[in-house]
Design a protein around this ligand. Structure first.
Ligand SMILES: NC(=O)c1ccc[n+]([C@@H]2O[C@H](COP(=O)([O-])OP(=O)(O)OC[C@H]3O[C@@H](n4cnc5c(N)ncnc54)[C@H](O)[C@@H]3O)[C@@H](O)[C@H]2O)c1
Length: 424
């Protein structure tokens, strides 16, 4: 998030220095190597690096003085109890307190619980008694389309009660709002909660559709039809209604969990969100259950091709990816897996080593497989030459967790095609 934010601010003419404690990352980025896969990022990254609007350092102390605005884009992973761990955010706030010499705006872009702006303020004020403002500015970009989202946001939310900080934030974001979308100013607490509310609402939409899919499977209805039927109602909207194998990624799971814990802390039992988490955990393994049903409960010795490891297409991010839960369940049942993903294989290899095999193409993955499992809806999986696939996969058996193909077409081609929430 920090790299996309920094690059996009440089793209609109600002001078940006990105600070990271990971020296190897700083070295790679300084040498022109983008460290994540994100469509459209490399071009603008290289241009701004060349034009010296963008640079990287591991030395926070050396760049604080020259900065007018300091963005915090630090990790906020779940702690042992599921609440967001603020050690990185507050650690840097503490350091900043020791480094500030004049007025700065400290903007928190990390996803943080309500009240964090106050904690950041207090951490800075411990060592610094000059002027500064702390602003909450949650980030809504989506991985896979992060640059587009940042350059043309639906809205920017800014939490501050300081007019001086508000003025500065207005100027900074003006180039991104030329299409007329709003910068919404509010107090810090509402801003912090907005981010959790947005992610939790989206996660709830996914879990809701996954439960509708469960009903479809039991009632002989087709979730794709139900989705189209309800999505055409403006109040519901067409987006984010796809059933599948559950949400993953670095944000939804941790943010839903963190909001549940925050609610607990103020003695509110957030019942819907607890159900959202439960439904999602079960849905991640729903496809494995279907696979086991097909094999009468025993998949020991079976070999599966798996297409897709990233938690969603167009990213190499595998944090909380449903594919990893599926792999773990298959291996625990004595099956073996050969996986293919266009971008994420190296990351999975680091985690799983030689517990699974990796293929150099989606087709190579099919060699000697008893069945194909689809776990991520990469575009390149959508159009297939099923006659060639048949030669590599004589069983003609596909378990598709992302409903990529038409059921009727697959049946006409003689495939056994098992999907989510659609009649077989
Ligand atoms: N990934 C997303 O799509 C996304 C979207 C919106 C909001 N967010 C939020 O943004 C925050 C960061 O998420 P991310 O996915 O970019 O995390 P990340 O782990 O990919 O990046 C965080 C970076 O911070 C660095 N870091 C850690 N401690 C540091 C320190 N003391 N000083 C300097 N750098 C330090 C790490 O080395 C790492 O490079 C989280 O709160 C997340 O919820 C993420």
């Amino acid at each position: 998030m920090g790299l996309v934010t920094g690059t996009c601010f440089a793209e609109t003419g600002n001078k940006v220095v990105c600070v990271d404690i990971d020296k190897a990352k700083v070295e790679k980025l300084s040498a022109g190597q983008v460290t994540i896969y994100e469509p459209g990022l490399e071009n603008i990254f290289l241009r701004n690096l060349k034009d010296e609007r963008l640079r990287f350092t591991a030395d926070l102390a050396s760049v604080v003085d020259e900065a007018e605005v300091i963005f915090l884009a630090l990790p906020t992973p779940p702690g042992a109890d599921g609440a967001a761990d603020l050690k990185y955010v507050l650690g840097v706030a503490d350091e900043l307190g020791k480094l500030l010499k004049g007025y700065k705006v400290i903007v928190n872009k990390s996803t943080v619980p309500v009240g964090t702006a106050d904690k950041v303020r207090a951490a800075i004020a411990k060592n610094y008694n000059g002027e500064f403002d702390v602003v909450s500015n949650p980030e809504f970009l989506r991985e896979g389309v992060a640059v587009d989202d940042f350059m043309k946001p639906d809205r920017v939310v800014v939490g501050t009660r300081s007019e001086r900080a508000q003025q500065l934030m207005s100027e900074l974001y003006a180039p991104f709002m030329r299409q007329g979308n709003p910068v919404i100013f509010m107090d810090e607490r509402s801003s912090e909660l907005t981010k959790y509310a947005a992610n939790s609402f989206l996660a709830m939409k996914i879990s809701f559709m996954n439960e509708i899919a469960q009903l479809c499977e039991r009632m002989g209805a087709d979730v794709d039809m139900v989705r189209r039927g309800i999505g055409s109602d403006d109040r519901i909207g067409k987006r984010f209604l796809f059933s599948g194998i559950g949400y993953g990624g670095s944000c939804f799971p941790k943010d839903v969990q963190a909001l549940v814990r925050s609610a607990d802390e103020v003695h509110y039992d957030f019942k819907i969100l607890k159900a959202v988490e439960k439904v999602n955990a079960a849905q991640k393994l729903h496809l494995v259950e279907k696979i086991k049903v097909h094999y009468s409960g025993n998949i020991s010795g079976k070999h599966f091709a798996l297409w897709g490891l990233a938690f969603k297409p167009n990213t190499d991010d595998i944090r909380e990816a449903p594919a990893l839960a599926i792999i773990a369940a298959l291996l625990a049942e004595g099956a073996t897996v050969t996986a293919y993903d266009p971008e994420a294989m190296q990351h999975v290899q680091k985690v799983l080593g030689d517990k699974i095999s990796f293929a150099s193409s989606q087709y190579q993955a099919l060699e000697d497989a008893d069945a194909l499992i689809i776990a991520t809806e990469w575009n390149e999986f959508r159009t297939q030459d099923f006659e060639s696939i048949e030669k590599l996969l004589p069983s003609k058996l596909i378990f598709d967790g992302r409903n990529l193909f038409q059921v009727s077409k697959m049946q006409a081609l003689g495939y056994k095609y098992v999907t989510i929430g659609r009649p077989e």
